[in-house]
Structures are given as C-alpha cells and as structure tokens.
Design a protein around this ligand. Sequence first.
Ligand code: BDP
Length: 329
Amino acid sequence: MITRRALAVTGGAAIAGAGVAFAQQHSAGAAITAVDVHPSDYPTVEAVRWMGEEIARETNGRINFRLYPSGQLGSETDTVNLARFQVLDIARVYLGAVNNMFPATQPLALPYVFRDEAHMRNVCDGAIGREILQTFERRGLVGLAFYDSGMRSIYNARRPIHTPDDMRGLKVRVPRADIFMEMLDAMGANSTPIPFGEVFTGLQTHLIDAAENNWATFQSTRQYEVARYWSQTNHCCAPEALLMSKARYDSLTRADQDLFRAKATESVAVMRGLWDQKQATARQTVLDAGVNFNEADQDAFRRAVEPMKRRWLANADIANTIRRIDAHV
Ligand code: BDP
C-alpha cells in the first residue's frame, strides 16, 4: 500500500525519492495506477474505474487498474509530474493543473470561451480537442480524453457577489495557473493559488474568503458548509484532462495501446452520464442546505475580464484556437 506520507511530494527531490519507493512496489505487478483528487464516488473516478474494469475484462485480467482517489498521492501538479516520470500511470486532473506547462490547453481555460456545456463537449470531441490532447506527448504524457467539469462560479463566506465591485478585497482561491490568477484579479479579487485539498480548511480558517468551482465539487468537498454564498458567474468551462504516463503507454503492445485509447474515449460518455446526474443532485443538496444563491451580473464579469483576455489573445496560436472555437457548433 502506498501511503500519502511515502509519497510526500513537495518538490523535485521529494518526487524523485517518492518515485523510487513507489517504483519498487510498482514493478511487482501489471497494475495501472490511476489517481484523482476526488473521492471514490465522484464521476471522474467512476469513469476511470469503468475504464479499468473494461480493460481487465478485455485482457482476461492481465491488466488491472488500482485507483488512488481523494488526493492520496498528492496534489494535481505533483501527480502530473509523477505520471511524466512513470511513477504512476494515469492522472485525472483539472486543466488548470497543466495550463502553464502545456500552452495549447490555455484557450480552453480562458473566461467566457464556451457558449455552454454542450459547446465545450463538441469542441473537446472534435479536431480541436484531439489536437490539444496530442500536445501532451511533448512532455512525457499521453492525453487520453477530456472529461466534463461544468461551469465554474464563485462562492464565498462573506456576502452575495453581484458585480465585480463586490469582489474587492476578497481573497479568492484559484488553481495554480497564470490564467486563473489573472482572471480573478481582473474581476477585482485577490487571487490566492493554493492546492485543492487545502481549500476547505482555508475557507474554514479564513485564510481565504472565497473560491470558484462547479456545483459537484462545491458539494462533494463540503465547502458549502463554510462558504454560504454561491454567486453564479459561469466564468469558466475548462474541461478535466485524463492523462497517462507516455513511458508506460509506450511499454504497452500496440493492441493494448489501442484498447486504452478506445476505452478512454468510451469512458467519456460514461462520465457525462454520471456528471449530468451529479451536477443536478449536488446543486439541490447545496440549496437544500440553505446556501444563498444569486445570479451574478455575467455581462459585468465578461467586461471585467476583457482586457486580460485580450492580452492572452495577443498570442497568435491562442487567438487562432479561440476563432476556431467561436466558429464551432
Ligand atoms: C475541480 C476539478 C479538480 C480540481 C479542482 C480545483 O475537478 O480536478 O482540482 O476543481 O479547483 O473542479 O483545483
């Protein structure tokens, strides 16, 4: 059993040390290690579990998945690196965690890029999605699929947010990515990048006042118990990424590689079915628990982030992808 302590990954040296410890156990079997920060019953974890069961069935048990949910093996940034160096095999992470390292993912994380969730799904399923997934191979990963992450909105422990003016002085937790920091700063807040696993305590101890995420995460982390105001901004619809260690992928036979790709692609539909249910039930649970809900002035938020968006669009590659996304059904 790999413990969180054994993999206490806080920096390069620690990652290397953890890598040795993990690789020793890892080499013993043909198990595929898959990690996620979410708990066992979250749609992303369920979808990877489904993928593993399918692959075990198709290979008559020759390949099995071992899941490490709930961030047991570290933060998303850590696990992306652990996968790159084949210490673990599959990391399901939010796009924010890879945004700085893989610039091709940046257009998907900019604010107000997708018209709605259907638009995001279509873009991810099409040529744009495929091209972006391919770029992970430049740095030791194979991009297997994009999963849904819904629309993100802002929640906080102090007051309803209607316009960016209401954001003044709020310390808002963001994923550690330049786009997210600039986005929340442009909305008038003080962006504070801290790891996902520390958000609940951060809100509880008032280290931060607010965070931004989707309904499913707000509910499953119980952050709604400490942040009682949800303000619907729908500012970001970046997807989740399902990534595999390229070294591990390359070590598979051609037939197994095809099987992994096929089952990962099929798992997207499984994930989306679970996701639609989870979003609806999570929202209801949170509202039933008395969280104050309000629609924010989304036009005001769009205007606030326009200058920061324009700066990113000065990059010709990003501008080109955004044009293609706009024109996409
Ligand atoms: C959630 C993603 C999770 C991220 C988290 C975050 O599913 O992978 O770690 O957001 O904000 O929606 O860091």
